[in-house]
Design a protein around this ligand. Structure first.
Ligand SMILES: C[S@@+](CC[C@H](N)C(=O)[O-])C[C@H]1O[C@@H](n2cnc3c(N)ncnc32)[C@H](O)[C@@H]1O
Length: 323
């Protein structure tokens, strides 16, 4: 089979959608405090010359300024973190302090309420074969696709929620692996009594299209920690397994392009809500770029990672100067 490229309906209604997204993202007072996002955020999404769409400053942005915050479209804890983070917002939570629902934890009544949008469907199914399959292969992104599938079935998300995001190129081998995951995902839902008409969207085109977008746009969530207890819990978690508490996909943060010497960074303090902050002064009209990888690596290692993981050759000023 030829490798699939998801070119159809790549970026539907981008401009309209982003305008309304900006308006609902933040609502604080403009410029009154560098740690409060301004409203509307001082950015707009435009086409770049070489890197598709990108995010540009509409005014001078100060060093350290909180440009905007963003809530995820989908998020999911890593397998290693399921026992100590909220199943919705990925906040560190202990079994004593959280609300436990069967095998998952919620940090608050609000998150438990929000989880109804997928958990009512998810909890009826036996996921052991799906989880075992992902665990043995070290796969994390199928969990995000599973959550989106449950949200679509519940009616809280549309099956085309991620269509606006850029998809990765998928090889025939990747698609054949995805077929196995999809089979387990569908079986779990069918065996839970789900009707065929509720699962019509859940075919390989949908699943591969979602995974192609998650692959390029998902963020690995590492919390910076808010309190001393959070820092201790995070230190313990990173010794036992890895520092990431989970993965998430956002809308606006997905439009930030990469630079090996970025002017913006994305951080998570106590939960999955992302904070985009300026690392230095950014002029009006300048593109805001974040770094997708560990910038301390040498040029060849950075280029290899970006090419294999994101499918592009980085031509940022740092790479061009062979640094
Ligand atoms: C997370 S998306 C960023 C938004 C994307 N430009 C769009 O139009 O949706 C990542 C993709 O943007 C492009 N990109 C990001 N940074 C780039 C760079 N420094 N050079 C070339 N392409 C880049 C690549 O195609 C990459 O796979």
């Amino acid at each position: 089979m030829l490798p699939l490229r998801f070119t159809q309906r790549r970026f539907p209604q981008t401009k309209l959608f982003l305008t309304s997204y900006f308006l609902s993202t933040t609502n604080n007072h403009r410029g009154s405090n560098l740690n409060q996002p301004s409203s509307p955020p001082p950015i707009k999404v435009l086409l770049t010359e070489t890197a598709g769409r990108g995010v540009f400053a509409t005014r001078t942005i100060q060093p350290g300024e909180l440009i905007h915050t963003a809530k995820p479209i989908i998020s999911h804890p890593s397998i290693a973190s399921t026992d100590n983070v909220c199943y919705v917002c990925l906040k560190i939570v202990t079994k004593q302090s959280g609300f436990q629902a069967q095998e998952v934890l919620f940090c608050s009544e609000e998150c438990r309420e929000q989880a109804k949008g997928f958990y009512e469907v998810e909890k009826e199914a036996d996921w052991s074969a799906f989880v075992a399959h992902c665990r043995t292969r070290g796969l994390k992104y199928p969990f995000l696709a599973k959550r989106l599938a449950c949200m679509v079935i519940s009616g809280v998300a549309s099956s085309d929620s991620l269509d606006i995001l850029q998809p990765a190129h998928l090889s025939a081998e990747m698609i054949s692996q995805m077929k196995e995951e999809l089979c387990l995902l569908r079986s779990a839902l069918e065996d839970s009594g789900m009707k065929d008409e509720q699962l019509t969207f859940l075919n390989i085109e949908w699943y591969a299209g979602v995974l192609a977008r998650i692959r390029i746009n998902a963020f690995r969530i590492e919390l910076a920690g808010n309190t001393y207890e959070d820092l201790l819990a995070l230190a313990a978690a990173s010794v036992e397994s890895e520092a990431a508490v989970g993965n998430a996909v956002y809308m606006l943060p997905s439009f930030y392009n990469h630079d090996c010497d970025p002017n913006t960074h994305i951080i998570w303090v106590e939960n999955v809500e992302a904070r985009l902050k300026a690392l230095r002064e950014i002029e009006a009209g300048e593109e805001l770029r974040i770094c997708y990888i560990d910038a301390s690596m040498d040029r060849d290692a950075r280029q290899n990672l970006l090419s294999n993981g994101f499918g592009f050759q980085c031509n940022c000023p740092r790479c061009m100067s062979n640094d």
